[in-house]
Design a protein around this ligand. Structure first.
Ligand SMILES: C[S@@+](CC[C@H](N)C(=O)[O-])C[C@H]1O[C@@H](n2cnc3c(N)ncnc32)[C@H](O)[C@@H]1O
Length: 571
């Protein structure tokens, strides 16, 4: 296929779906188009182009198709459009990426569970008491829901928060461009991989085992309506298709595939489809540089969220709050709910403090200080209830050697660790190492468990082993540095932080932690110098850049903190 033709298809696809296809992806696109041209027996590329084009000339992708009374009444033009839409369905399945899982982004789910939904529930109750609604009502839209995990996760959270939903008018909608994903969502049956980030107690409470898969309980399934929809082409707000007055629109990991103009058009429609005070949540940095008409950003440590029509109270942490003394170290173990962090696998990027970053994402107030050791026991979402008693499931025997099964075991080990079930977490991690002695993350987890139990020699040995396996990863060095700090061996801790900086000289947190140690040792000049280096690194970042991979704290937040800190030190 000629480049000229590919570019025409790229434009057509962007106009119809918002999806952006970059030149590097043209060869793949060309193959996909040829597959479809052959499958639907089109005589030429031009004919296929015209087939697709027919639907784009009519505006909406789905709304008006539903209003057809019957096929016999269709005109030739209608039939062409219908065929065109059928073909878009097929092509879209080849073009979209439906990666998703339950409780994806634990920080954002923590925010929903602890801040946003409690606020919305209260507001909606009040509106009911003020006579504005017959019953309290709450409307949530998972836009770009893929196979439904996100929408069902929300249903579970609301079920847990509200309890008796019979008194409520609850509307949870999941829409996606990909019809196959919607069909899967409606079935609600998932493989264990979909649960890799979910609190295991939800599995036993809200799912039923069906062979090697899990089906969602009907009480949750009935709370969610799924249907196909095109965020770019469909008109909304539109009461005719239930798209109006949402309290929350969650549209994550969709805009990352969109053209900027398609993002702007969709955000504008979202804004008008929210109730006053309603929230829009996207994945981190997806709205970077975009106009936000009618929306105010609210910054939480876990994520930035966007609220319609309400002036944001400044939620930025005060610079003072970032600084904690060593004497406050133990306080973090009992601090009120921090965003959950584990259950997300450590990444193997040697230049990114991986799971440590996630630990820290829980509470940026404690980030730059050595007082918030990543080896600390993570807080869980909420205090475990009796039904939260979790017994690590035995994996099916035939899965034990498959990498995905081992990953699942590791996710369980992480969850046990979060629950402070150290004995069980340790057993699980050791079991993983029997299956795969080179499982880097399991060694790191053992190091953290041992450190939490005060077995520093064992912790150091495990971290050292991890570092042998992946000498370019900074995670073991973080562990070793924090273990050294726990032991009071600050010089050793400095050695490890220096090592991290050697591996990654833009690692802001290593400079900041090192600075804190120098400060403790009363070497204020060195501490200041290190903070200035960190400040200069942050200044080079775009304000909306997450400071670390997957970390909701942005460069803007950190810049504010560092400028204040360095400024105060200069006074
Ligand atoms: C990576 S998934 C995200 C799923 C879920 N929101 C999450 O964060 O886990 C992206 C989804 O966006 C959908 N999508 C892409 N373009 C869309 C459009 N124009 N309208 C609706 N959905 C779209 C894709 O079909 C895909 O299922």
């Amino acid at each position: 296929m000629t480049v000229d033709f590919i570019e025409r298809f790229v434009r057509l696809i962007a106009d119809y779906t918002g999806l952006q296809i970059r030149p590097s992806e043209y060869p793949h696109l060309s193959k996909k188009l040829e597959t479809r041209i052959n499958a639907c027996k089109q005589p030429s590329t031009q004919d296929y182009y015209q087939l697709l084009e027919a639907a784009t000339k009519t505006g909406s992708g789905r709304g008006d198709r539903d209003s057809f009374e019957g096929r016999s009444l269709l005109t030739t033009g209608d039939r062409q459009i219908d065929l065109s839409r059928q073909e878009w369905k097929e092509l879209i399945e080849l073009l979209t990426t439906g990666e998703t899982y339950f409780f994806r982004d634990k920080g954002q789910f923590w925010l929903l569970e602890n801040i946003i939904f409690p606020e919305l529930i209260q507001k909606r109750k009040q509106a009911h008491l003020n006579g504005q609604s017959y019953r309290p009502s709450l409307r949530v839209w998972s836009a770009g829901s893929s196979s439904g995990e996100e929408a069902y996760s929300i249903a579970i959270v609301l079920k847990e928060l509200i309890g008796d939903l019979n008194d409520w008018d609850l509307f949870i909608l999941g829409t996606d461009l990909n019809a196959e994903a919607i069909a899967k969502a409606q079935k609600g049956v998932y493989s264990p991989w979909s649960f890799r980030s979910m609190d295991p107690r939800y599995l036993s409470t809200y799912f039923h085992k069906r062979g090697d898969r899990w089906a969602i309980d009907p009480s949750v399934r009935q709370l969610v309506t799924f249907r196909q929809g095109n965020l770019l082409a469909d008109p909304f707000p539109n009461p005719g298709s239930d798209l109006y007055d949402f309290d929350l629109i969650i549209c994550r990991n969709v805009f990352v595939y969109f053209e900027p103009s398609a993002i702007a058009a969709t955000v504008n429609k979202f804004s008008q489809t929210l109730r006053s005070g309603g929230y829009l949540i996207v994945a981190h940095a997806e709205l970077h540089g975009q106009p936000l008409p009618g929306l105010n950003s609210k910054i939480f440590p876990q994520s930035v969220v966007y609220q319609r029509g309400v002036r944001p109270a400044s939620t930025l942490p005060t610079p003072q709050a970032f600084k904690r003394s060593a004497s406050q170290r133990s306080a973090q173990f009992t601090r009120p709910p921090a965003p959950p962090l584990t259950g997300v696998r450590a990444n193997a990027n040697p230049h990114t403090p991986n799971e440590l970053s996630l630990d820290r994402a829980r509470d940026p107030l404690s980030d730059p200080s050595p007082s918030s050791l990543p080896i600390a026991v993570p807080q869980t979402f909420s205090s475990p209830s009796p039904k939260a008693q979790w017994v690590a499931p035995q994996p099916p025997a035939d899965l034990t050697l498959k990498p995905e099964a081992i990953d699942l075991l590791f996710a369980e080990a992480q969850t046990l660790f979060e629950r402070k079930a150290y004995g069980d977490a340790l057993k699980q991690a050791e079991r993983i190492l029997k299956l795969n002695p080179r499982y880097f993350e399991a060694h790191c987890l053992i190091a953290r468990i041992a450190a939490n139990l005060g077995h520093y020699s064992r912790a150091e040995a495990a971290a050292q082993k991890a570092s042998d396996l992946n000498p370019l990863s900074v995670e073991p060095y973080y562990l070793l540095a924090h273990i050294a700090e726990e032991k009071g061996d600050l010089d050793r801790a400095k050695y490890w932080f220096d090592r991290i900086i050697y591996l990654d000289n833009s690692c802001i947190y290593a400079y900041l932690e090192l600075a804190s140690i120098y400060e403790m040792q009363k070497n204020f000049a060195r501490a200041k110098k290190l903070r200035l280096i960190a400040l200069n690194i942050v200044k080079r970042l775009h304000p909306d850049t997450p400071v670390k991979r997957r970390d909701p704290l942005t460069a803007r937040d950190l810049l504010l903190y560092l400028e204040n800190l360095v400024g105060r030190e200069a006074q």
